[in-house]
Ligand binder design. Structure first.
Ligand code: ATP
Ligand code: MG
Ligand code: MG
Length: 385
């Protein structure tokens, strides 16, 4: 069979590799160390820094097609891969998604609804941005942020003095290091995953509803409690983004749902944490769809195979809470809960906030499913024996 190259060794790469292996592909992983989650399930691993073009080109030569699992890969590294094998998404899509300024301007140009935003370089421009957008604002570093890292909510001009403005770097061509956004008064958050092939076939997953805790995704629920009109609009927006940037592969669009509109927060050209629920809930998982999209296969059926499903993340905090009691998470108690699927990513260290695994449950009724799943997670900290 053909060999797929995956750049990045995290859990997204791991679950992609598992889906690809099931479909008969060999997956090679390029990452920092052979101990990373994806490396442990790969057919082969090449280790090196993402800036080492000779190592990555040697890797690319062994692959028939290449993809990635996180945005913060230097665009010229992905371009170097492209000399040896088709690389999806390509460097231009990656460059768009890895810089919030480029991302937001690209989306706005495409007529996609985004929150008002302004460039920020320092305290003065942050205050000017807040005066233009209306306080409060959220300022975000344009590059490298995830799980809310590098973000500050500024309630008033005074708050602008509390941020270390020199601590962020802008993109090329004098792009701003920070972007200020108007605070969106959303009722809920949602996401849509879209797949697109080289020959421009496109398919979206049903809309997921997402709950965050401390800026980190906590729970994804399906179906979303959003009107069917808005769900159709959200899927339409995701397709428009995919077409506008010429995506080949998989892309997730994160949305704010207000009382009467949809506003795009950000996009990620890769499998997404909210899409993990598709493994159990949909006819085709996001990972299988990613394989299909980059390999030019027919795209799979994205419809739900159950009436309701929910996914809960397992963060390092849980391991720490168990350790504080000289114990490990109580897997037996957790898995006693009926209809709960466990996914662990094979990470050793469990610092607070680190995504270690997730749980999924399915059923007929979403409130019941979600309640059962929360119970399963709580049981991880119940007494042993
Ligand atoms: P990740 O990539 O892990 O999703 P991130 O660091 O890129 O996270 P964002 O998705 O931009 O961060 O923001 C994280 C969360 O903060 C959002 O899901 C939302 O809950 C809140 N948030 C971000 N921007 C806004 C905004 N303009 N208005 C209201 N809430 C916001
Ligand atoms: Mg992000
Ligand atoms: Mg986000």
């Amino acid at each position: 069979g053909a060999t797929i190259g995956m750049v990045g060794g995290g859990q997204l790469g791991r679950m992609f590799a598992m889906a690809a292996a099931r479909m008969g592909y060999r997956v090679g992983v390029f990452c920092g160390s052979s101990d990373e989650p994806a490396a442990k399930v790969a057919a082969f691993t090449v280790c090196g820094p993402l800036t080492d073009h000779s190592a990555i080109e040697a890797f690319a030569k062994r692959c028939d097609v290449i993809t990635l699992e996180f945005e913060n890969i230097p665009a010229d590294t992905i371009a170097a891969c492209g000399k040896h094998a088709p690389t999806y998404p390509d460097a231009s899509v990656l460059a768009m998604a890895q810089d919030r300024w480029t991302e937001k301007t690209t989306l706005r140009e495409a007529g996609i609804p985004v929150a008002g935003f302004e460039p920020v370089y320092d305290r003065e421009s942050a205050i000017a941005a807040g005066d233009l957008l209306g306080w409060p604002i959220i300022v975000k570093t344009c590059r490298s942020g995830y799980d809310g890292k590098g973000q500050h909510r500024l309630n008033s001009p005074d708050d602008a003095a509390t941020v270390e403005w020199a601590g962020a770097e802008g993109g090329e061509d004098g792009q701003p290091p920070w972007v200020a956004e108007a605070l969106v008064p959303f009722e809920r958050e949602a996401s849509v995953i879209v797949a697109r092939t080289l020959d421009q076939r496109v398919e979206t997953f049903p809309v997921f509803e997402n709950d965050h805790q401390n800026h980190i995704l906590d729970e994804t629920k399906l179906p979303a409690e959003v009107s069917s009109e808005m769900q159709a609009q959200a899927r339409e927006i995701a397709m428009r983004v995919a077409e506008h940037v010429g995506l080949v592969g998989l892309l997730c669009v994160e949305l704010f749902v207000t009382e009467d509109e949809l506003i795009v927060n950000e996009v990620a050209p890769r499998p997404h944490n909210s899409g993990h629920v598709t493994i159990e809930a949909c006819a085709t998982s996001q990972f299988e769809q990613h394989v299909r999209a980059i390999c030019g296969l027919p795209l799979g059926d994205t419809s739900m195979v159950v009436p309701a499903a929910s996914m809960l993340n397992l963060l390092g905090d849980l391991w720490q809470a168990a350790e504080a009691r000289n114990a490990s998470p109580n897997w037996e108690a957790c898995l006693e809960t009926p209809g709960v699927a466990l996914h662990l990513y094979g990470k050793h260290a469990a610092p607070a906030g680190r995504k270690m695994g997730h749980l999924t449950a399915v059923g007929d009724d979403l409130p019941e499913v979600s309640q059962r799943l929360h119970l399963a997670r709580e049981r991880l900290l119940s007494e042993l024996g």
